[in-house]
Design a protein. Structure first.
Lengths: 498, 336
């Protein structure tokens, strides 16, 4: 059984500081003149979080029917999922039962990384991974903060595209691509005798055998989950006559061949799989979807995790399970049903019921500029992949707002070749090393870091990165270059209105 | 939140833990501190490819095999030679062929030496008509499909119309976006059962017209036509669905090493004796390509006869998961 512990300070401070941080970053990133002279990313949109009155840094809104608690109990499940999403996990000594962290992990709380502009979003302005030693989450004597984790940089997940040879050089005939967790529990008082070394990030950097991923925001994820394959295929066919050099594919689930859709490469089929994998890979917590503790890819090739790093909770596996007995909350005695499912189920429910962001019609730049920007965005071909609306979801058996609803995600959910400039040499499912899912753009107006690795905070640079050899988006980027400065500014204003 | 006392406890725990573990090195991970100089993975190259194009031999020309050299785009497969306008160049190459048979053949743009005041670009693309996701059967119908699927923000400036370029028949379709102040001029024909497109994009229609005029220098095979273009002469005749039951005399199914679900479009050339001479995978994982190659070289076809004489024939086969049926055919016929 678990009690709910809110951990809001970090997210709150994020809200206070991000405009300042992002402004400073923009100053570093800005084009120094040339073809985009005078065109500037308006920066993170100020105003209501997700464009939604009532949303706060720790309380995002669910979809409308859940706000109305339709069906009865759905609001309880959403709030329970939201609270669990903010729980701080320990290895073994949490009095509230939030145990199972590690032995390897990237952070100890979902909402630490999914924080911007509110819980469920993407990386915040102040990177919590940079503070893990200062905050006692990891022990400095056994862990160091990797050089690519910085105070105001993006929260990051790391992968080594290739395994290393015995001489320490990457073997390009041995693709790896698995997550290399940043930290270990070694040295924590609740981690027993487990002694693990961090991956050799310095060597990976020296050999260029390292890539990064930032958290994908999950607002509106329930709508994406509820799109039938036929809807996605019809959209693909409707775009097949485009004249922009674009022809995407779908990533497909390895079990049943249907379209998968979550993650940077659309590698995950459902929100429950997405949640289960993240709990296991990012936080090291075994669960009903991924039932064992996860070693690093190179550990897996050898003998797995050492015995003294297994079953650190002392209660067996999986560390997150269905709760056979409900928890009766003194503050809300009726809220018992939602306490029964496992964390993973409730994480998925939280994401599923989470409302998509509401775009602004006036900010930044005014309504006329935003409207022009959207029209130009569509005309030059951006919307061929970043499809404004993919028709309607299926009827939903969860809650009415998820059913028969247009999905204004600005994504076709296809994977596209993005060229050598963005390629990360990681294959996931049928997505190759240069293929990425069209990133949904809803909520972009309040994001800080862009592209899969968070390499820039400047929207203009993110657009420019779409062109390189091998990219399907090169022609569209060339069309963008052909626009006047005011038209480009309209597009940036439109994007920041989302 | 940790208190000071909990920090002290943590530090004490750490110290005790370090003392207790001192004889044992940290487990797992890797330490290459004494290794030789690091060899960097090259940037600007895709080393881990997903489904990609490949072929059973390196001699037979492929649609994606064209290139810009000495200011000329040449494509041996399509028998196409296109001289670039002065000060225009290819900066970035295109993506690999898609699993629905789409090719970006070349992307031409002004070079740094270009003196003009208005930018523009030329996209040369192709669509294998055997694998299109649309109901179109030829380049003319596919151009109409593009027109029919334009959103309302565009303004059609010239509906698809047959024109002559360098003594070859093309379909030309012009449209623009009043909001973006850009114009698109699409010229398409069909060669070897592929729609081959030249798309001129820019703000300046005069610039586009001058570039289109320069297309009169283009060299194309005699077959090029938006409604036919089915090979012949020096290249095999292309026939959709030639690998049907009535023509396949011996068929061996591929034995896959791994279960995958991606579409695998394959073009094959069948020789005069009915044997598979050449296999081109537009998009396949290497293990799929190997399994299909091993199988296809065992297939035997009824030889294709033209005027009673056996001839080479080119056709397409979709292995793996074929895309689902698409939207109904357009009812909006093009003008001629």
């Amino acid at each position: 059984m678990r009690t709910i512990k809110l951990f809001s300070v970090l997210a709150f401070s994020t809200t206070l500081f991000f405009p300042v941080m992002a402004s400073a970053q923009r100053a570093r990133d800005n084009d120094g003149g040339g073809r985009n002279s005078g065109v500037q990313d308006p920066g993170i949109r100020v105003g209501e979080i997700n464009g939604q009155p009532g949303a706060t840094a720790t309380s995002p809104l669910p979809v409308a029917s859940v706000v109305a608690n339709n069906p009865s109990g759905s609001l309880e499940f959403f709030q329970n999922g939201l609270a669990r999403f903010q729980e701080v996990e320990s290895v073994s000594n949490s009095p509230s039962g939030n145990n199972g962290l590690g032995p390897r992990f990237n952070f100890n709380q979902c909402s630490g990384c999914h924080a911007q502009p509110t819980v469920g979003g993407t990386g915040p302005a102040i990177n919590p991974q940079f503070q893990v030693i200062a905050n006692g989450i990891v022990i400095g004597g056994t862990n160091t903060i990797p050089s690519f984790i910085t105070a105001d940089g993006p929260t990051r997940e790391v992968r080594f595209p290739f395994f290393f040879n015995s001489n320490g050089n990457p073997n390009t005939n041995a693709p790896n691509g698995g997550v290399e967790d940043l930290f270990t529990v070694s040295g924590r008082t609740d981690a027993g005798s487990c002694r693990l070394q961090q991956p050799d990030f310095a060597r990976a950097l020296a050999t260029n055998n390292i890539i990064f991923r930032i958290p994908t925001p999950v607002f509106g994820a329930g709508l994406i989950e509820n799109l039938d394959d036929s809807t996605l295929l019809a959209n693909q066919a409707a775009q097949a006559g485009n004249i922009f050099g674009i022809s995407g594919a779908f990533n497909r689930n390895g079990n049943d061949g249907t379209i998968s859709r979550f993650g940077w490469k659309a590698q995950n089929k459902s929100l429950e799989i997405f949640a289960g994998e993240a709990y296991n890979v990012e936080m090291g917590i075994s669960n009903e979807i991924f039932p064992e503790d996860r070693p690093l890819p190179e550990e897996e090739l050898k003998s797995g995790l050492p015995a003294n790093c297994l079953n650190l909770t002392g209660t067996g596996y999986p560390e997150d399970t269905t709760n056979f007995s409900p928890t009766v909350s003194s503050s809300d005695p009726s809220a018992v049903n939602a306490s029964i499912p496992s964390d993973v189920v409730q994480f998925a429910m939280f994401m599923r019921l989470l409302a998509p962001p509401t775009p602004s019609t006036t900010t930044p730049g005014g309504s006329a500029s935003i409207a022009r920007g959207q029209a130009v965005f569509s005309a030059i071909g951006c919307a061929t992949c970043h499809t404004a609306t993919i028709n309607l979801t299926q009827p939903s058996n969860f809650t009415p707002s998820l059913g028969s609803t247009p999905v204004n995600a600005f994504s076709d959910i296809e994977i596209h070749h993005m060229g050598v400039g963005l390629a990360d040499n990681v294959s996931q499912g049928s997505a190759g090393g240069d293929q990425f899912r069209t990133a949904p753009l809803w909520g972009l107006g309040q994001r800080i870091f862009f592209l899969h690795d968070g390499r820039t905070t400047d929207l203009l640079k993110a657009i420019e990165a779409h062109e390189s050899s091998g990219s399907e988006a090169t022609q569209v980027e060339e069309n963008f270059d052909a626009l006047s400065p005011s038209q480009k500014q309209d597009i940036l204003n439109f994007l920041r209105s989302l | 939140m940790h208190t000071k006392s909990s920090h002290s406890l943590l530090l004490l725990g750490l110290a005790l833990s370090l003392l207790a573990q001192a004889p044992n090195a940290l487990q797992s991970g890797r330490d290459f501190s004494s290794s030789p100089q690091a060899q960097k993975i090259p940037t600007g190259v895709v080393l881990v490819k997903g489904a990609w194009s490949s072929a059973s031999d390196s001699v037979t020309p492929l649609p994606e095999g064209g290139a810009v050299a000495n200011d000329v785009y040449s494509n041996q497969y399509f028998g196409l030679t296109y001289t670039l306008s002065p000060d225009w160049t290819e900066k970035y190459s295109g993506p690999p062929p898609s699993d629905s048979g789409y090719y970006v053949l070349a992307q031409i743009r002004p070079a740094d030496t270009f003196k003009g005041t208005s930018r523009g670009s030329i996209l040369i693309a192709a669509q294998d008509m055997f694998f299109t996701l649309t109901p179109a059967r030829n380049a003319l119908e596919l151009t109409n499909y593009t027109k029919d699927n334009l959103n309302a923000d565009y303004k059609v400036e010239q509906p698809p119309t047959e024109v002559r370029i360098a003594n070859h028949s093309f379909v030309r379709f012009d449209y623009g976006s009043p909001t973006a102040e850009l114009h698109w001029h699409v010229l398409a024909t069909q060669i070897r059962c592929h729609m081959v497109q030249f798309i001129f994009t820019g703000r300046d229609t005069k610039l586009a017209e001058s570039l289109i005029q320069e297309m009169n220098q283009i060299k194309l095979p005699a077959e090029a036509s938006p409604t036919s273009g089915t090979g012949g002469d020096d290249v095999p005749t292309c026939i959709k669905d030639y690998a049907s039951d009535e023509n396949v005399m011996e068929r061996v199914d591929p034995v896959y090493a791994e279960r995958r679900f991606n579409p695998v479009p394959v073009r094959i050339i069948i020789d005069k004796e009915g044997k598979v001479k050449h296999i081109h995978f537009l998009s396949a994982f290497p293990d799929q390509a190997k399994a299909i190659t091993d199988a296809l070289f065992q297939w035997r076809f009824k030889p294709y006869l033209l005027d009673g004489k056996p001839e080479e024939v080119e056709t397409g086969i979709m292995f793996g998961r074929a895309p689902r049926p698409t939207t109904p055919p357009s009812t909006n016929a093009a003008t001629k």
